[in-house]
Ligand binder design. Structure first.
Ligand SMILES: Cc1cc2nc3c(=O)[nH]c(=O)nc-3n(C[C@H](O)[C@H](O)[C@H](O)COP(=O)(O)OP(=O)(O)OC[C@H]3O[C@@H](n4cnc5c(N)ncnc54)[C@H](O)[C@@H]3O)c2cc1C
Length: 542
């Protein structure tokens, strides 16, 4: 048995070594009664700016073992202390049917990658088809060809390639999904190179500098276990018969397949359109639209930490803000994917579009902080056409590109100028690789988004003075927060009701909203195949 003592607060001058003594006091035992201890959760409590502290949950054992631990629990009536429950892995039970072909996974982002890892670990020798390139070549395509030469590669970019959108993402790993698989995914990430701190931090973050290596390690592991990953292999089409999926068309070639996990992300608009044309059932879903807002990081630190800004025990500050009701019938304007010390990235998957998102490196040491400021459109904006949102977003992204004369510079405006309806001028440092072009941001936003931004910025500026000021830069549009389409699936079988054998999953199918939720969704789709079929090695032997 072991205990977890919750919510032990350390002031910024006390080292972590002071934790056992605090825990002992809570348990009413002498400090030397604690045999082993380690922190299992760490967060910053900055609610009171003159009393910022670090808050820990500590797991420990006592001298005297279970007897001493139970007696301590009784003594303090279990307040703020839990018994550690043994964790059970939820491995699926392999089925007995024979697989006619290897299971195929389309897309090697977090959903496809973790589906492949699961299948490979249990002997199913998955075949992964990924349209983009391996991470090293992808880096060249992005950093040299796109950033430096402005030569955009529609198959290898910030969204497409090994690791999917996850590779260039910020790597924040918090999720609202509550599932034992969340912990399992985090542990798998640590096994392949993520900092073990992600298992302890309340706001775990990997960083875009560490993610490529982790993806590479996971790919090698899948290959060692009998999986195969084919890069530069794009799913162009599918062949569907009475029994469901029969074959895939990949780079123009037919490939027989009966069990296909579709993990294509939400930016594979071409593939989504092809599948819709083949009768794969889809429906429109709510999606986000807004801008990126960028401030100097030291300003954000002062908002959050006051005079303690810059303290070496405090991480670069984050915010999560909601301007309640600012979007009228669309609800709130809210911040999304905040990247302290980060960079704004061009997240288009086709030439001639501008879409923005943000990321940061593991140390979050950059001078600027950025975040999405978005509203949710739908359901009343959503048309009966399932692909309405896709076309809608693309129209605005194209307009943004045209409004900066096709230069890939992002349209930008100072927040104060946006509120006063004036043009911005002067120079400003930006992290966006192609620079900014001063434009009226209202011209690249649907009216409901501009209005929400107008109201919301004023509300947030009232709370954080300067949030909507002259040092605050709006760029946009921010249109890739979530998928505007859901590829319908049976909730139990996880297969398309109109295409048996096709398992839509991850963010692109509308079932995930980030790295961890996509990975968990991918594992669950793999488990559906595992539960039905025997592993390939077994089937071949029998
Ligand atoms: C800049 C940025 C920052 C982000 N920051 C965070 C963050 O901090 N935390 C977080 O949780 N999430 C973040 N996200 C979101 C996160 O990256 C996604 O939610 C996640 O990657 C979705 O995983 P997925 O596997 O469903 O899809 P994707 O990661 O989009 O992967 C889909 C893959 O499918 C491939 N593909 C598409 N079509 C085809 C085809 N026809 N044939 C073959 N392959 C195909 C693509 O090339 C791609 O590799 C960020 C995203 C971006 C762009």
């Amino acid at each position: 048995m072991a205990l977890v003592v919750r919510n032990l607060a350390l002031d910024l001058s006390s080292p972590e070594d002071a934790l056992p003594e605090l825990a002992a006091r809570r348990l009413k035992v002498p400090p030397n009664a604690i045999r082993e201890w380690h922190p299992v959760r760490r967060s910053v409590d900055a609610r009171e700016r003159d009393n910022i502290c670090l808050v820990y949950h500590v797991e420990l054992t006592l001298d005297g073992g279970a007897v001493a631990e139970r007696s301590a629990l009784r003594r303090i009536h279990g307040r703020n202390v839990d018994v550690v429950k043994p964790r059970r892995r939820h491995d699926p039970t392999p089925g007995t049917k024979s697989l006619p072909h290897r299971p195929v996974i389309i897309g090697f982002g977090p959903a496809g990658m973790f589906a492949a890892l699961r299948l490979a670990e249990l002997g199913y020798q998955p075949l992964v088809l990924e349209r983009g390139r391996p991470v090293r070549q992808r880096h060249r395509d992005v950093l040299r060809d796109y950033y430096r030469r402005r030569e955009f590669n529609p198959e290898s970019n910030i969204l497409f390639g090994e690791g999917g959108a996850g590779t260039y993402s910020d790597g924040k790993l918090y999720t609202r999904v509550s599932d034992p698989l969340v912990r399992e995914v985090m542990e798998l990430l640590v096994r392949d190179g993520a900092n073990p701190d992600i298992l302890v931090d309340s706001r775990p973050h990997v960083g875009s500098d560490k993610l490529p290596r982790i993806c590479w390690n996971i790919r090698n592991r899948i290959e060692r276990l009998g999986g195969e990953i084919r890069f530069e292999s794009r799913l162009d089409d599918i062949a569907v018969g009475d029994e469901g999926i029969e074959a895939l068309v990949v780079n123009g070639q037919r490939l027989e397949a009966r069990n296909v996990i579709l993990a294509i992300g939400h930016s594979a608009r071409d593939t989504i359109r092809v599948l819709a044309g083949r009768g794969v059932r889809m429906e429109a879903k709510p999606f986000q639209f807004g801008v990126r807002i960028e401030h100097p990081q030291d300003v954000v630190d002062r908002w959050q930490y006051g005079t303690l800004a810059g303290h070496d025990r405090l991480p670069p500050a984050e915010y999560h803000l909601v301007a309640k009701g600012a979007a009228g019938r669309h609800g709130d304007l809210f911040s999304f994917c905040m990247c302290p010390g980060g960079q704004i990235l061009p997240t288009n998957e086709s030439p001639g579009l501008i879409a923005t998102n943000g990321a940061s490196k593991s140390r979050r040491g950059g001078p600027m902080a950025n975040a999405g400021l978005v509203i949710t459109l739908g359901p009343d904006v959503i048309d009966a056409d399932p692909l309405y949102g896709l076309d809608f977003l693309e129209r605005w992204e194209r307009l943004a590109f045209q409004c900066t004369n096709g230069s890939y510079a992002a349209p930008a405006q100072r927040a104060s100028d946006f509120l006063d309806r004036r043009d911005s001028n002067g120079t400003f440092e930006t992290t966006y690789p192609f620079g900014l072009a001063w434009r009226s941001i209202r011209n690249i936003l649907p009216p409901e988004v501009s209005d929400a931004l107008d109201r919301g910025l004023r509300m947030l500026d009232g709370r954080l003075p300067g949030f909507g000021g002259g040092e605050s830069i709006l760029t946009g549009p921010e249109t890739r927060a979530s998928s505007p389409v859901r590829i319908v699936r049976d909730p139990l079988l996880r297969q398309s009701p109109t295409c048996t054998g096709l398992y839509p999953c991850g963010e692109g199918a509308g079932y995930a909203g980030g790295i961890i939720s996509a990975a968990v969704d991918g594992i669950k789709s793999a488990d559906s195949i595992i539960n039905e079929y025997a592993p390939l090695a077994c089937a071949t032997a029998s």
